[in-house]
Ligand binder design. Structure first.
Ligand code: AMP
Length: 188
């Protein structure tokens, strides 16, 4: 597996915009819309993710509402695996399982369809526990991702890794994860 070059890192990081005091005073919001609209940065990022995860024998990628959908769905298509949305409360139409969590600026609840990874989390073709990569744009306190990983477990699948484009590493969120955590870029 080839890693990111220094040039890749500079291009990807340089394409992400800081918005001070959004959504409330004191928060520096990492705006990835400028990464998405930069085809070079977006391609280098997706090439790297596809390269990293091509050997993981994944069955699904689960993306966290809403920016995790963008990276997760694109990666799922590249790897030829299914995509599963983990959504904010009240958005999914079928029977759901829910988990509450706190985030850097408030509280929320996420949900997943009960049969998102097959009945009891067993893959419809292999019959084995589905192997799932969880993805989101950013990890701050880790509350959202922990709740999402717990949902994957609750519906019977295995979360093999949590992947983030950006990690606010000074918050040290990944220290108490029970599954491996990979961040493309860390911000001190
Ligand atoms: P947390 O649960 O604290 O790890 O927060 C992660 C979630 O909140 C992710 O879905 C992020 O998109 C969002 N988020 C938290 N802090 C920021 C930030 N400073 N900039 C952009 N998104 C953030």
């Amino acid at each position: 597996m080839s890693g990111l070059t220094t040039e890749d890192r500079e291009i990807i990081l340089g394409s992400i915009r800081d918005i001070p005091d959004f959504p409330k005073p004191g928060i520096i919001f990492k705006d990835i819309t400028t990464l998405l609209s930069d085809p070079t940065a977006y391609k280098r990022l997706m090439d790297h993710l596809a390269d990293r995860y091509s050997g993981y024998e994944l069955d699904y990628i689960a993306g966290i509402d809403a920016r995790g959908f963008i990276f997760g769905a694109a990666l799922a298509d590249r790897l030829g695996v299914g995509f599963v949305p983990i959504r904010k409360k009240g958005k999914l139409p079928y029977t759901t399982v829910a988990e509450k969590y706190s985030l850097e600026y408030g509280f929320d609840e996420v949900e997943i369809h009960i049969d998102a990874f097959g009945d009891d989390g067993l893959h419809c073709i292999t019959g084995k526990k589905s192997r799932v990569l969880l993805i989101d744009d950013l990890i701050a306190t880790g509350g959202t991702a922990k709740a999402a990983a717990s949902l994957i477990d609750k519906v019977g699948a295995e979360c093999v890794e949590c992947c983030f484009i950006l990690e606010l590493s000074f918050l040290k969120a990944k220290d108490d994860f029970t599954v491996p955590v990979y961040s493309v870029l860390e911000i001190d």
